[in-house]
Write a protein that binds this ligand. Structure first.
Ligand code: G4P
Length: 527
């Protein structure tokens, strides 16, 4: 295998999805610790705090104690190079998370053993299921009293329509949690409260060493449980996992470093290398030598010294070298990527090279938008990077009428970055801003004030929801827009949007116009 294809085959690009508080940050930190990317536990949070303290618009985050920013962390383990894409835990920023999921090849789902599947996990999982992203499950906090393992597995299977196969099995729980039985390698993993776990090989469940290492009642329960697991759950099936239909389940306690190494080993052995990516024109294979990629996230002001924007690009193919000139098919321009950044766990580092599966950050001043493709010349439009119909809409007002034009420009730029949706009503002068979670309004108001020097207010608008409208017959669409002018607007790409006053208004329009499709999500418009 050539160095290039070998480097691609080594990549494992994944995200961790979890409901807030399930332990995503703790697990991320432990993965980085095992991967040697950080030296001390606590560095992930400390870094977050430092970064927040440096950035003024991120004051909002600081005040509310949430993390809006996503970043990418790269580390090596067992001969693999992992790219871990962080996602904001707070549900108000879930759009960012959804887009991040478009850039990964697999995901780790973290569940709190006491809570099982929570709302946010369910929503994120649905997105993964749409793309059949392979999912590894980590059931966390076994050192606390939680729910019965069978109950949790049943919930994942029924609730998420995923077949489950335990990769490890817990022995006890809460104060009586002793460790796990590693079902894939027939090993006993004992938890030492001091920190790391210890593995004890044994020849299956009849091995007398088990009786020596565990109390009699725990061995009896373990044998009984494993007999049930083997009777009830299918064995691990690599193909079903890669197709997104089966999830291996690990049990552990991230805060105690327990089960993390096994999870990492599982990722190294079963998670897929970079997958082919669909584009409108064709499917792009990671092994192709020409560089291609798409932008899935834009982040402003990571470094306030340079009021820059970083576009995060997932490389879909090729071997990228610093200084590469890439074509931006939407504008037809060539972008010289002379100062890309890789987001290492500690600091921002200059990337010299990267291969398919890696993420690079491209500083720019607003040329790059979410969904944009970059290539070495070919015109490509990658698909699968969605926009979501906002659930909350407000009218934006500035106290300074002289700044109306500037405000429009600021709103369009922020919409292109994916910070919210912006709609210009066909009738009327006020812009409308739509978000998925209300905290996004605070971030937007703060950014418009600090970055564009325009003080703004968001006021309630009598609008229930927005839907993109499409029709295979352009004349019918035109007629629909004409007849519903008062409820129509355009998004930042000029696409028509229907603004419904209430649920009844939307249902009525859908009944009256059966040929019109009212869409809750829209793929980023190819340029
Ligand atoms: P999140 O990113 O998913 O929101 O969760 P995070 O890792 O911040 O964890 C949420 C809380 O759960 C933290 O406690 C963390 O210490 C705790 N936690 C994580 N893993 C485990 C585990 O395996 N066992 C137990 N018992 N607790 C765990 P906190 O009190 O909110 O914060 P901290 O002061 O401990 O950092």
């Amino acid at each position: 295998m050539s160095d290039f294809s070998d480097a691609v085959a080594r990549r494992r690009t994944f995200a961790i999805i979890a409901h807030p508080d399930a332990g995503k940050t703790t697990l991320t930190e432990k993965l980085l610790l095992f991967g040697g990317a950080i030296q001390l536990a606590g560095a992930v949070k400390a870094k977050g705090d430092r970064r927040r303290a440096r950035s003024d618009w991120m004051k909002v985050e600081q005040e509310r104690g949430i993390s809006v920013a996503s970043s990418v962390m790269t580390f090596d383990y067992e001969g693999r190079t992992f790219n871990l894409l962080d996602t904001p835990g707070h549900e108000d920023f879930s759009e960012d998370t959804y887009r991040t999921l478009s850039a990964v090849d697999s995901a780790v789902m973290v569940l709190d053993a006491a809570k099982g599947i929570e709302t946010q996990t369910r929503k994120l999982l649905e997105v993964c299921r749409l793309r059949d992203v392979p999912i590894i499950t980590f059931i966390n906090k076994l050192d606390r009293e939680g729910r019965e393992p069978f109950d949790l597995l049943d919930e994942v299977e029924q609730g998420l329509a995923l077949s489950v196969t335990p990769a490890s099995w817990p022995i006890g729980m809460g104060r009586d949690f002793l460790g796990c039985y590693d079902l894939l390698n027939d090993r006993l993993l004992l938890m030492s409260r001091g920190g790391t776990d210890m593995g004890e090989a044994c020849q299956g469940l009849d091995d007398p060493r088990l009786d020596a290492l565990l109390p009699a009642h725990a061995v009896a329960k373990l044998r009984e449980d494993i007999a049930m697991v083997r009777g009830l759950c299918p064995p691990f099936d690599a193909r079903a996992f890669l197709e997104g239909h089966q999830t291996p389940v690990f049990f552990g306690s991230a805060v105690n470093n327990f089960g993390v190494r096994e999870l990492l080993h599982g990722l190294a052995s079963f998670a897929p290398a970079p997958c082919p990516r669909p584009a409108l024109e064709r499917t792009v294979l990671p092994s192709e030598e020409a560089v291609t990629g798409f932008i899935f996230k834009i982040q402003a002001n990571m470094d306030p010294k340079h009021r820059d924007r970083i576009a995060f690009m997932r490389l879909c193919s090729g071997h990228f070298k610093r200084g590469a000139k890439l074509k931006h098919p939407r504008s037809g321009k060539i972008i010289n990527v002379h100062n890309p950044v890789l987001f290492m766990a500690r600091e921002r580092e200059l990337a010299e090279e990267a291969v398919a599966g890696d993420i690079i950050g491209i500083p720019n001043h607003g040329q790059l938008r979410i969904g944009d493709a970059l290539s070495e010349g070919e015109t490509l439009h990658f698909t699968g990077i969605p926009s979501f119909a906002p659930e909350i809409l407000r009218r934006v007002r500035s106290d300074d009428p002289m700044k109306a034009k500037h405000l429009g420009r600021a709103l369009l730029q922020l919409a292109e970055e994916g910070a919210g949706s912006v709609f210009k009503p066909v009738l009327g002068a006020d812009w409308l801003v739509g978000v998925v979670g209300v905290l996004q309004f605070d971030v937007l108001a703060d950014r418009i004030r600090t970055e564009y020097a325009i003080p703004v207010r968001f006021e309630d608008a009598p609008i229930h929801t927005a839907r993109w409208v499409e029709c295979s017959d352009p004349l019918k669409l035109k007629k629909f827009i004409e007849d519903n002018k008062a409820a129509m607007a355009e998004d930042h790409d000029g696409c028509p949007v229907f603004l419904a006053r209430n649920a009844w208004h939307l249902d009525r329009a859908a009944d009256d116009w059966p040929d019109i499709r009212f869409l809750k999500t829209r793929e980023q418009t190819p340029g």
